[in-house]
Design a protein around this ligand. Structure first.
Ligand code: ADP
Ligand code: MG
Length: 271
């Protein structure tokens, strides 16, 4: 990772520049008039001018039927894809202005992912699966493992650090995946249908865990097609046909939008 100025962090983006530009701590996530068009034949408009912000410490449920654009939105929130137009900002960084390398660094250090399919390495222990969440943080292996054990304790699995995913139940596997998402202390955890592969009781326990983590200050966005799940959340955003049709706390988005003269809003990519 290159270091651009003496004030740059080892991750290659400049915290001081960010904080002075915005005059304070920005929201964890800002989706600002985002449109996503897939260039298929015919083209598909998966998101139309979607805007909302997530403040630090929020637990947000995004709910909508299949095809409404939830996974597309998750990919954009997670910087796994770029919008066709509009802006995505993570802790104030406009992803449009970051190179792919900087984006990878930002993703590795700021965002934790939890997926319906868990995506664990089957041949590795729970501990190593979680420790791998720190591979890009430049942390020595012994400390990665120590932190991984702490993260497993947070999800109630510290008793079985050496179990492989195949030796664990679905609910336990999802706990490992959640520990992996948490181990780097990300600014935000994004969960796409985290209970989709679990029976109702197990899924309920996983939701309880996410709520517990939220109470300890973790910022979490849960994407789901299940309205019952969304109703558990502090804040609920409903999507239909690529648009937000309901937001139970829209004022959070409005009050945190940057002013038009925000230097991060316009201008060129940094490299
Ligand atoms: P959800 O997760 O709510 O089911 P998606 O974000 O997966 O919704 O999909 C939104 C719309 O975009 C759907 O019409 C889907 O068919 C379309 N879509 C998703 N991914 C692609 C792609 N890679 N190319 C073309 N169309 C896509
Ligand atoms: Mg989906």
């Amino acid at each position: 990772m290159s270091i651009e100025t003496t004030r740059s962090t080892t991750h290659g983006f400049d915290e001081h520049r960010l904080l002075s530009a915005n005059g304070g701590t920005p929201p964890v996530l800002e989706i600002d008039q985002v449109t996503k068009i897939y260039p298929s034949e015919p083209p598909v408009t998966a998101l139309r001018c979607v805007s909302f912000s997530v403040a630090r410490g929020e637990l947000v449920g995004i709910v909508g039927p299949s095809g409404s654009g939830k996974t597309t939105l998750l990919h954009l929130m997670g910087t796994l894809d770029r919008p066709t137009s509009g802006h995505v900002r993570i802790t104030g960084f406009d992803i449009e202005r970051l190179s792919d390398r900087e984006l990878a660094a930002l993703r590795a250090t700021r965002i934790g992912f939890v997926f319906q399919q868990f995506f664990l390495a089957e041949h590795q222990s729970a501990l190593d699966n979680v420790a791998d969440g720190l591979l890009y943080a430049g942390i020595p292996q012994a400390e990665r493992r120590a932190r991984a054990l702490d993260a497993l304790a947070l999800v109630g699995l510290d008793g079985r650090p050496h179990a492989r995913p195949t030796q664990l139940s679905g609910g336990q596997r999802q706990r490992v995946a959640i520990a992996r998402a948490l181990v780097g202390s990300p600014a935000i955890v994004l969960a796409d249908e985290p209970t989709g592969n679990l029976d109702q009781a197990t899924g309920g326990a996983i939701l309880g865990l996410l709520e517990k983590l939220h109470e300890t200050g973790v910022t979490i966005v849960v994407i789901t097609h299940d309205r019952d799940i969304a109703h558990h959340m502090d804040r609920r955003i409903e999507m239909l046909d690529g648009e937000i049709v309901y937001d139970s706390a829209p004022e959070i988005g409005k009050s945190t939008n940057p002013s038009p003269d925000d230097p991060f809003r316009h201008g060129e990519r940094r490299r």
